[in-house]
Design a protein around this ligand. Structure first.
Ligand SMILES: Nc1nc2c([nH]c(=O)n2[C@H]2C[C@H](O)[C@@H](COP(=O)(O)OP(=O)(O)OP(=O)(O)O)O2)c(=O)[nH]1
Length: 251
């Protein structure tokens, strides 16, 4: 019995990191059965391995400021008892390590490549003391819903440059991004891409120059922690609220 753990940082949004991992599968021939799958956060598969062993392969996808951190665990149980079994386990372990390392390099490159075709959205949780700025969308499918100021990242643009540019265009202010708060999958079609492929990545930020004015939204509001839940948010944004609440209540 032994276990292996691998971590890979993928320059791709959560959804792309997850979907590409699923397409590529794993670098050994025996198929595994799915135990669970929570797109785009985790999956686990199990099945028979060589020499009457049982193999379980689980993956967890975590958003970070730099990209998606993919943690993989391969657990191998069973096999021959005694010293012979220990030797066989060592050989299999080395084979799996080599195969997984090559596989993960190819995977990271494929996911980064695929990410080029998926338009990303960035959002700013602009904080002033114990309040955060929310903006009411004007027109389109989310007309009247509230959101974080932000928008689509342009080709070749970094997430943070897009965040600063969008806040300047939408609110007429200069902002300084601070902490990465999280990433949520967007259900809809973004910029004509595949449905459900894009995500929004949100940072906390502060206004360093100017006073926010609604250039593109119907209205702006500074809200406190008690008002957060009652707002008619775009549904995709709700999973970010615990992180925003923490921002507003920290001493
Ligand atoms: N800005 C923003 N967009 C969000 C949020 N939640 C959410 O699902 N979205 C979706 C709505 C849109 O499909 C997409 C953002 O596109 P956008 O229309 O705001 O982008 P943009 O400012 O670049 O707009 P445009 O130049 O194409 O008009 O992300 C949010 O909190 N803020």
């Amino acid at each position: 019995m032994f276990g292996l753990r691998f971590t890979t940082l993928v320059e791709a949004p959560l959804t792309v990191a997850f979907d590409v991992a699923r397409v590529l599968g794993r670098p050994w021939p025996a198929p595994l059965d799915e135990v669970e799958s929570v797109r785009p956060h985790s999956d686990a598969h199990t099945g028979s391995g060589p020499g009457r062993r049982r193999v379980t392969h689980s993956r967890r996808f975590t958003p970070t400021a730099e990209g998606t951190l993919v943690e993989e665990r391969v657990e191998v149980v069973g096999g021959l008892p005694g010293p012979l079994g220990a030797v066989a386990d060592r050989v299999l372990r080395r084979r799996l390590e080599r195969a997984m390392t090559a596989h993960l390099d190819a995977y990271a490159a494929a996911a980064a490549d695929r990410a080029q075709d998926v338009v990303q959205v960035v959002g700013a949780a602009l904080v002033d003391g114990d309040r955060v700025l929310v903006a009411q969308r004007s027109g389109g499918p989310y007309d009247g819903c509230w959101e974080f100021p932000g928008g689509k990242v342009e080709p070749g643009e970094s997430d943070l440059s897009a965040l600063v540019r969008e806040c300047a265009e939408e609110l007429g202010v200069v902002v300084a991004p601070e902490a990465f708060l999280g990433e949520v999958p967007l259900d809809g079609v973004v910029a004509g891409g595949p449905r459900g492929a894009s995500t929004m990545r949100v940072w906390s930020a502060r206004v360093v120059s100017g006073e926010p004015v609604a250039h593109e939204h119907t209205a702006l509001r500074w809200v406190g922690v008690d008002e957060l839940d009652g707002i008619d948010w775009i549904a995709a944004d709700r999973p970010l609220l615990p992180a925003v609440r923490t921002l507003l209540t920290r001493p």
